[in-house]
Design a protein around this ligand. Structure first.
Ligand SMILES: Nc1nc2c(ncn2[C@@H]2O[C@H](COP(=O)(O)OP(=O)(O)O)[C@@H](O)[C@H]2O)c(=O)[nH]1
Ligand SMILES: [Mg+2]
Length: 248
């Protein structure tokens, strides 16, 4: 079983995202206290889990988040940040299900813009923040997340774990979506799982279908365990309310 909440740092990521146009004193401050560190510290103090869901467009990320919110018992304690130029529409789709949706109009999130969005939240009102964003083939940067989750679909083909090698390396969990169409398209699940295992033996693979609900509870259990681990590690013990189990 993968350790929950291994810190997702990426030493190859460019330092101090979004510092263009700042004077040198401000650049020095940001280099010593970059936004991803500030965000991580704020979330650690509040005991709030931040999970970044990354996958190619069409992999089923928004559908997975919607299924997660519909089936978890405390959706109002989940905030979602959608990142892409069309994310306003995704935000509208999700906002009826959760506590708060913010959207960032950019192809990929910068730590500074995520920090700006999260700093507008009253963190005491939330247990977790889910960030949806698309990926390229490069290793995703550290934006302060506790965990990166790769989202790849059956319709994308069984070669996509190998194609997204840097993403798989960075992920604690790989969600294989659209399992309801296994058998309808050419997809060898064994090949996909073996590739994941070869690239990152510690990553869990969870097959889900947002249509049938298959696998969603395994995913919810992973989120619940991660939420509890983050909450337990907070400096001031956060007393869970009666009946705030993540899964109903
Ligand atoms: N059959 C099936 N279709 C899905 C599933 N999840 C998503 N889709 C469909 O795949 C398309 C892209 O989904 P979306 O969540 O918008 O992908 P995103 O771009 O990764 O956010 C939509 O037409 C969804 O209805 C699933 O589990 N099964
Ligand atoms: Mg989407």
């Amino acid at each position: 079983m993968t350790p929950l909440l291994a810190t997702q740092s990426d030493s190859s990521a460019p330092p101090a995202n979004g510092t263009n146009g700042l004077n040198s004193a401000m650049k020095r401050i940001l280099q010593h206290n970059p936004p991803e560190s500030q965000l991580r510290a704020a979330l650690a103090r509040a005991g709030v889990l931040m999970v970044r869901l990354i996958g190619p467009p069409g992999a089923g990320k928004t559908e997975l988040i919607e299924a997660t919110l519909r089936r978890c018992s405390v959706p109002h304690r989940v905030a979602v940040v959608t990142v892409n130029p069309a994310s306003a529409r995704e935000a509208q789709r999700l906002e009826k299900w959760c506590g708060k949706v913010a959207h960032i109009n950019a192809p990929v999130p910068l730590a500074a813009t995520v920090w700006e969005a999260v700093s507008k939240l009253n963190l005491a009102d939330f247990d977790m923040i889910l960030i949806e964003g698309s990926s390229g083939l490069a290793r995703p940067a550290d934006i302060g997340q506790d965990a990166t989750v790769a989202v790849l679909s059956v319709s994308g083909g069984d070669d996509k774990a190998a194609a997204y090698d840097p993403l798989i390396q960075s992920s604690l969990v790989v969600i294989l979506t659209k399992t309801d169409i296994l058998g309808l398209v050419k997809f060898d699940e064994r090949v996909f799982r073996e590739d994941v295992h070869m690239i990152n033996p510690a990553a869990d693979v969870i097959g889900v279908s947002a249509v049938s609900g298959a696998g969603i509870f395994e995913w919810l259990r992973w989120l619940e365990n991660a939420r509890n681990a983050k909450r337990d590690a907070a400096p001031h013990a956060i007393e869970p309310d009666a009946g705030d189990n993540f899964i109903g």
